[in-house]
Ligand binder design. Structure first.
Ligand SMILES: [Zn+2]
Length: 325
């Protein structure tokens, strides 16, 4: 039964042993929470559960959506196999210590962004392994024509993000964060967690019609990449956004400036747009999830699936997940 085989393979890839991502470490990775479990995630959970996205397996893909909503327990939600026990504890100690956490401190801003970045690299690595498995398993006619460019896109993404990972690690070791620029903005409370790198850019054109293999090698890495975090805490939610000075992202600069000045109605729509158009990795409270009407959720799934390979800054949508209905 091909479905069973696919499900087993998916679980195996996701559960396979991984090596710690901190530069040069060879220890096995443990499950790391992308945001603090006992301060941030538990605070917005209900019965210790949160809602998140889970990629659709092959069967669900046939239903036409790239992901499903999933209610998950706090021990597993918003986690990835990132770091060994030592590094998971030591590196992130400053932002795990509730009493000394300072969301305006460049060191803390960098640690949040670094962990979100590592999560994304890991997820892309897993996607590459999954594509390779499908290529070797599925009959040729089921293999999507787009598989190779998709795989190349993930490889390029990993290469790009790995540059920024090294830059963060250098900064953490030297305790100097001058290469990065971050802004923290206090927003009205919304029970939504985000911590991801973002690449906003127009598709690379191939005006000279070069053969794909040659064109692919001419693309320049690294490229503009930003780091976006949304952290609900006490009575507010904090947005932390930033980038490396040498690879600034104009789109993110504009977003930061807008969030600084906007009325809460506009802020809510900007956050909704981030979720609907830009991210695959977030967690929200079941309360917030229930407040979104079923027809809006369906539109969100469709819009997200339609835009899944687009990083254009021009993407827009009328959907507003968090509008008061
Ligand atoms: Zn380690």
């Amino acid at each position: 039964m091909i479905q069973t085989k696919l499900n087993e393979a998916w679980d195996k890839i996701n559960e396979t042993t991984r090596i710690c991502m901190f530069g040069g470490c060879k220890e096995h990775a443990i499950k790391s929470h992308v945001l603090q479990k006992n301060g941030i995630l538990r605070e917005i959970s209900e019965d210790n559960h949160l809602i998140t996205l889970s990629p659709s397996n092959a069967y669900q893909l046939e239903e036409g959506f790239a992901f499903q909503f999933k209610k998950m327990g706090i021990n597993n939600v918003y986690t990835f196999l990132g770091f060994c026990n030592k590094h998971d504890t030591e590196i992130f100690k400053p932002i795990e210590d509730k009493d000394n956490l300072d969301l305006y401190n460049p060191y803390h801003q960098a640690l949040f962004s670094y962990r979100g970045l590592c999560q994304e690299i890991r997820r892309k690595e897993i996607s590459i392994e999954w594509i390779d498995f499908l290529k070797n398993t599925l009959p040729v006619q089921l293999n999507n024509r787009a598989t190779n460019p998709l795989r190349d896109g993930y490889i390029e993404g990993v290469k790009n993000l790995s540059f920024f990972k090294q830059e963060f690690e250098k900064s953490i070791i030297l305790q100097c964060f001058d290469n990065f620029s971050f802004s923290t903005i206090e927003l009205p409370k919304i029970e939504l967690c985000i911590s991801v790198p973002l690449n906003i850019r127009e598709p690379d054109l191939n005006p000279n019609n070069l053969p794909y293999e040659i064109w692919k090698q001419q693309r320049i890495v690294p490229f503009a990449t930003s780091f976006v975090n949304l952290i609900p805490m006490k009575k507010s939610t904090y947005f932390i956004g930033g980038f490396h000075h040498e690879f600034p992202c104009q789109w993110t600069l504009k977003l930061i400036n807008k969030l600084k000045r906007a009325k809460s109605k506009i802020v809510i729509k900007e956050l909704s747009d981030l979720v609907v158009l830009r991210l695959e990795f977030w967690a929200m409270s079941p309360r917030l999830f229930r407040s979104i009407p079923e027809n809006i959720l369906r539109k969100y799934k469709q819009t997200f699936t339609d835009n899944i390979f687009s990083h254009s800054e021009k993407l827009e949508t009328k959907i507003n997940l968090f509008e008061k209905h």
